[in-house]
Design a protein around this ligand. Sequence first.
Ligand SMILES: [Zn+2]
Length: 304
Amino acid sequence: MKNKKSRDKRRTSLFIFFCIFIFIAAGLFAYFAFKKIEFNPAEFFNNSSPQVTQRPEEPAAADDEDAAPPQDETDEYAAVPFYLHEKRSRYISYHAMRPTLGIETIVWHVNADLHLTMFEDAKILDDENPLLVNPFNRLPETYEPAELVEVDSYGRLVTPETRTAFFLLRDAIRLEGYDVSVQSAYRTYEYQAGLYERSGGSGTVAPPGFSEHHTGRAVDLWGPGGLLDNDPGKPPSNEGIWVANNCHRFGFIVRYPAGADHITGYPYEPWHITYVGEEISNAMHVQNILTLEEFLAKNPGIKK
Ligand SMILES: [Zn+2]
């Protein structure tokens, strides 16, 4: 009788302990679940106040070319939409040289290599069909466009896309009662070298390798009085005005606009149009950007 009583008592105590244990366990579970902290027994028993697990602190980004872009929104360069982190140190040194320029101008100038010396610091292009040929990007002597076709009865050559676009442009200008023809198109490296030599390095003729005519996408237009609007002393012709206002509809741009020598390397050439494709020519028109250099610098996702 006595044994049964003490056994019952032990059972009751065990049951109470079991209940308390379950109660504490459930309480702890609810606590950690609520605080969203991971339960780490070692940490919990060594430290009276459980710590919220934190991500280890990110190592400070070094200011070199491989580091990730900083997330600091107060950084004036990084806030520019076409900021390129790998050019960061160049933005800073160019800004020190040109302190009066605005931040956006600093960023796109450096993106366009304008901090370098024209014709001296040029990169040699190795693409099959490079878009940007200018005083900072030259074609190798061996460069040949993949395909060239005749654009007139004199056997002048351009790329097939350039010819198609040029014929559409010419049909459209003829509908207006005007006309233009091709005065110069594709030029070989050797031909350009001869032109350059004869010009005496005057600055209006590109040195060999630097000429867009070498790409087969550039065309010099002949207007009613000769090379289209070649005389800056005369007001622009109807043909010149039409070409300037409409060539983008056919994928062309007036490649060397007035007052942009410091960007393109050349004075105004109203006769020189370059086929860049309608996507780019229309985007430049919509964004009101006159030079290919500025457009590509502000749209760094586009393949040059
Ligand atoms: Zn030209």
